[in-house]
Design a protein around this ligand. Structure first.
Ligand code: HXC
Length: 252
């Protein structure tokens, strides 16, 4: 299996508007994600923008005149959640601005790599609104209530370097988009080299930790761990270890 970079989406190539996240962009992004998810040859995905921007947030011009009735009845931005339903791991490779919905999109991914100078933030308060795509929940879980509250209430920006120190970002790298994508691709390739069954199970149990208490979470993990004794790849992996051979995964 291999890894794939999602970059050259028509709408993600919207450098003039710093990749502002429009509805059209999400239609296209979700289609691309669905195609990757259905392709058994793709074991991990890297999502990136450009040197200047991962994404500068939801398209302010598109939503400026939206009414409550329209937002509510059309369930505005519900389609953004598609990313969270994927079983294939996604790494966000962030350089430049990741603001508002851009920061939220990165946080929907499974792992975030960023350049040290990447510019994270939830500036919605400056627009008279609040994060609407999970930012208040995911940021708080990632860096704790006090730091998240400070960022969300002030709209202050937050560097990739600081985000790594606080645990929002798994790795902060020197350089620009190329360097962060290279690092993300190396990790994606490593993930894609393992048993698909084990990778899906590992992602599932880590995600469960976000929803369950420790006791239920540990029990849930144990059940999935038990279930993997029913996979071929558990037999292949452990036999290969004992025989000092490289495992040839069956992905079943
Ligand atoms: C629409 C945007 C945009 C956005 C930038 N642009 N961000 N258009 N929506 N989120 C446009 C600008 O209007 C401008 O268009 C062009 O991109 C370049 O931006 P500049 O401001 O000229 O660039 P710069 O001076 O380099 O400043 C970059 C920036 C700034 C710091 C990122 O653009 C900025 O503060 N943008 C808004 C960031 C933000 O508030 N994001 C949160 C949005 S709310 P023109 O036509 O003038 O060239 C949100 C809510 C999510 O995300 C909740 C779920 C929906």
């Amino acid at each position: 299996m291999s890894a794939v970079v999602l970059r050259n989406l028509r709408c993600l190539e919207s450098p003039k508007a710093l990749n502002a996240l429009s509805s059209a962009l999400f239609v296209e992004l979700n289609e691309a994600l669905k195609e990757c998810e259905e392709d058994s040859e793709i074991g991990a995905i890297v999502l990136t923008g450009s040197d200047k921007a991962f994404a500068a947030g939801a398209d302010i011009k598109e939503m400026a005149s939206l009414t409550f009735a329209e937002a509510y009845s059309k369930n505005f931005i519900a389609s953004w959640s598609f990313m969270s339903s994927l079983r294939t791991p996604v790494i966000a490779a962030v350089s430049g601005h990741a603001l508002g919905g851009g920061c939220e999109l990165a946080m929907m991914c499974d792992i975030i790599y960023a350049t040290k100078t990447a510019n994270f933030g939830q500036p919605e308060i400056k627009l008279g609104t609040i994060p609407g795509a999970g930012g208040s929940q995911r940021l708080t879980k990632a860096i704790g209530k006090s730091k998240a509250m400070e960022l969300i209430l002030t709209g202050n920006n937050y560097s990739g370097e600081q985000a790594e120190k606080d645990g929002l970002v798994a790795k902060a790298v020197e350089g620009g988009n190329k360097e962060v994508v290279d690092q993300a691709l190396a990790t994606a390739a490593k993930i894609a080299s393992y048993s698909r069954v084990a990778v899906v199970a590992a992602k599932e149990v880590v995600n469960k930790s976000q929803d369950l208490g420790i006791r239920e979470g540990v029990e849930y993990e144990r059940r999935i761990f038990h279930a993997l004794f029913g996979s071929q790849d558990q037999k292949i992996g452990m036999k290969a270890f004992a025989e000092k051979k490289k495992a040839e995964w069956s992905h079943s």
